[in-house]
Design a binder for this molecule. Sequence first.
Ligand code: FMN
Ligand code: SF4
Length: 505
Amino acid sequence: MKIYVPMDSAAKALGADEVAAAIAAEAASRGLDIDLIRNGTRGMIWLEPLVEIDRGAGREGYGPVTAADVPALLDGTLDSLGPVENIPFFARQTRLTFARCGVTDPLSLSDYEANGGLAGLRRAAAMSGAEIVEEVTRSGLRGRGGAGFPTGIKWNTVLQAQADQKYIVCNADEGDSGTFADRMIMEGDPFCLIEGMAIAGLAVGATKGYVYLRSEYPDAIRVMQEAVRIARANGILGAGILASGRSFDMEIRTGAGAYVCGEETSLLNSLEGKRGVVRAKPPLPALEGFRGRPTVVNNVISLATVPVILEKGADHYADFGLGRSRGTIPVQIAGNVKYGGLFETAFGMPLGELVLDIAGGTASGRPVKAVQVGGPLGAYMPCGKFETPFGYEEFDGAGGLIGHAGIVVFDDSADMLQMARFAMEFCAVESCGKCTPCRIGAVRGVETIDRIAAGDPAAVPLLTDLCETMTDGSLCALGGFTPYPVMSALTHFPDDFATAKEAAE
Ligand SMILES: Cc1cc2nc3c(=O)[nH]c(=O)nc-3n(C[C@H](O)[C@H](O)[C@H](O)COP(=O)(O)O)c2cc1C
Ligand code: SF4
């Protein structure tokens, strides 16, 4: 009998370690011969700890399980969820990037290979760099870190650059509120990211890679370090990877936790041991990046999606999606929802379907008021925008952005003036200080919103004016995009700003 208990940190936070220990102890006291496997999470966080048992006829799910449930679990009398693949939240997904997450033992290389792992790298090892870049370009993959820049075009710039050394840098800073896709794949399928980085290295001619991983993810750091060690010991990293005659190796580096260090140039400074301030562009990191050398900087999900593109082909990946948003996107559903978790789907699903149907509406049972999509710099979308399909251009047209695809849901008790204030305060706290519109503007923004709250109507046009200055004059998207949440709150929820005024009068 095989028993799977996730070792993902969200599952652990909900008691997975205690459940695993109780299963081991109970099985030992009963003299039961079990194979206890610590898998990644399937991403249905409201069911964690989600235990799966394979008694020889496929995996059956139970959850959330507590240590006290373990005797009934082993007796076979605990209520079963049935096969996890049939749970509607899971069954409705298209899992390409996350196909193995929750299925395999994250640190078992044989599990990885038995489930399609390394097929992409093997294919890439027999291709020229230009052919790999062409394949990634044709897949339509765009950066999942926020900006949605076409990955193939970025890789081509690095491929064409002449230099004695090139680098692959993986952005695993994952600072956006409500997001956890990077963490989930690093903890649940770390070889997938390693394989993606090795393919990127072969593509552009880079022999060295770094994962810049936030210090707040100690489990992901541990799993990634161990996976790199295993990959190196098995010839997947190092000299002549997979007998290709080409080399690639990588290291895990820990960031100390600043939101702005997720911005790629600030990240490169931090990686070089300098203060994490934004660099002016140009030069692009693709030409002068880490230590001044041509560097691919890509998000975890962008890189972890490359293996399946190489394995199944560009056309297979590009077949999914909508308009210029090709393939799938792991939407991370959080905030006030019944069913929070990771939902990987082809681009195109309307926002309202994700919030009301997939996430089941609010956990509080009250009406949804707003959904912030794309992290702390994303717009607050009102229910009137629920028809918007999940796609880069479609969200842009609706005054929003997808960012790293985190959605945070609020019910009608949320005060949108306070949310606007929070966005400005966040910018003031996290600003790197390099440019005036952000460094000073965000502080003035908090003060101006406080004036509106105190009933000063003259402060509203002032806030609009300030947001225009921040949008037009900021050096990076921290100052440049903070007006998205602020202005969307003001535009879509004017009553909250008027109520504040009335309350003050
Ligand atoms: C303030 C700020 C924070 C950012 N944080 C992250 C982050 O945590 N993770 C990430 O992948 N990209 C982040 N980005 C985007 C990166 O600058 C960059 O676009 C990305 O790493 C490129 O990879 P991609 O093309 O694969 O998305 C941030 C950008 C800004 C302006
Ligand atoms: S916008 Fe803010 S975070 Fe970005 S460079 Fe300017 S001061 Fe730094």
